[in-house]
Design a protein around this ligand. Structure first.
Ligand code: KG4
Ligand code: ZN
Length: 355
């Protein structure tokens, strides 16, 4: 049972956690949302500086909250891709430095693999193969999870990520940043059938539509047109109805693709990951559809849907158990496909140095 301390600084949360296999011993998340709110989005340079300010304190806090010292830690992990390079570098450098100092194995972790592993924190008995619907601020992917480190991306968004669409529509409705939680709250009191909005299908060259790929930019433009129409006519904007109709369209579109993926590949479980997995509309739609198709749905605990380090530590503990470790020369990468996760590790065979 490996105990891993992980550091996550890929975007605007400075997070440190300690996980013993699939049990969270401590999880510290310091959000920068209040700082970035004034700019309407994340400012990369501000994010990096803030991580530098906070990271050491968060590391000390995570050990204290878990009542552990370094002797109890088997490995140290840092998110290394994808994300804002300057922000990633802060956590990654801290993780490498601690690994050198305390002579522990070091692991670089793919941020999206972390989001997949968040579901293991609500169901420690979950085992591949299963389908993962990953819906965050930067990604919308349907992933066939074959094993630890072995993923096949079946479908993606062709333009905006689901979370990005929530954030952009929230900005149109003047709900502030981040938009997802605000739309989720308003949708509770709106009518989801008030406006028929386009789902955003991707046409295939030979006819028909792509079963797993999605597009959200047309949906966002449709909401923009509606708001302009109301503004021109001088009528008050029905923001709750617009929020509910938008959320319903996104939830239906994602649910349809997830069910199709699970059925087509003969998988009996669907795990959800990423900030949008916290969305109540999506949770309800997916749960209901899964029950109709006899599929199991696993949602991460609410606090582990959005960015956190517990999911990163959970993925790292599993890699460590399998003898996967990273070189200390591993760099931060702004982009890296989930298909290439295993390029982050050297397995146990020794690599002779070239003289
Ligand atoms: O996974 P995450 O914390 O960061 C990334 O890796 O991108 O996801 C953040 C995204 C934001 O776009 C935010 O608006 C969205 O998740 N989000 C939500 C909800 N909570 C967060 N979207 C819809 N409903 C929510 N309840
Ligand atoms: Zn994330």
């Amino acid at each position: 049972m490996a105990t891993v301390l992980a550091i996550e600084t890929s975007c605007d949360e400075t997070a440190v956690a300690i996980v013993k296999n699939r049990n969270v011993l401590s999880s510290i998340v310091s959000s920068q949302v209040a700082i970035h709110q004034q700019y309407g989005g994340v400012v990369p340079e501000v994010a990096s500086r803030q991580h530098v300010e906070i990271v050491n304190h968060a590391i000390a806090q995570s050990l204290e909250a878990a009542h552990l010292d370094w002797s109890a830690i088997d490995g140290i992990a840092g998110t290394c891709a994808p994300g804002l390079v300057g922000a990633l570098l802060v956590g990654l450098t801290a993780a490498k430095t601690l690994a050198m100092l305390y002579q522990k194995p070091f692991l670089g972790i793919h941020h999206l693999e972390g989001h997949i592993y968040a579901s293991y924190l609500s169901d420690p008995t979950l085992e591949p193969p299963f389908l993962c619907l990953l819906v965050s601020g930067g990604h919308t992917s349907l992933i066939y999870v074959k094993d630890c480190g072995r993923y096949e991306v079946l479908g993606q968004t062709r333009d905006d990520a689901a979370g990005e669409a929530f954030d952009k529509v929230a900005r149109l409705l003047e709900l502030g940043y981040p938009g997802g939680p605000a739309i989720d709250r308003l949708a509770q009191v709106g009518n989801p059938k008030a406006f028929a909005l386009p789902e955003g299908q991707i046409s295939l060259p030979g006819g028909g539509f792509h079963p797993y790929d999605s597009s959200f930019s047309g949906l966002k433009t449709a909401v923009l047109r509606l708001t302009q129409k109301f503004q021109q006519s001088g009528e008050p904007l029905p923001i709750a109805d617009l929020a509910a109709s938008f959320q319903e369209t996104v939830a239906k579109s994602l649910t349809k693709r997830a069910i199709a993926g699970a059925r087509d590949f003969g998988l009996d479980a669907i795990a959800i990951g990423g900030g949008v997995a916290a969305n109540r509309g999506l949770r309800q739609h997916l749960q209901a559809a899964a029950e109709r198709h006899n599929l199991r749905v696993i949602f991460p605990p609410m606090q582990f849907c959005t960015d956190n380090a517990a999911m990163i530590a959970c993925a790292a503990a599993e890699h460590l158990e399998r003898g996967h470790t990273s070189r200390l020369t591993l760099g931060a990468q702004s982009r890296l496909s989930l298909n290439d996760v295993m390029t982050l590790y050297q397995t146990q065979q020794t690599v002779l140095p070239t003289l």
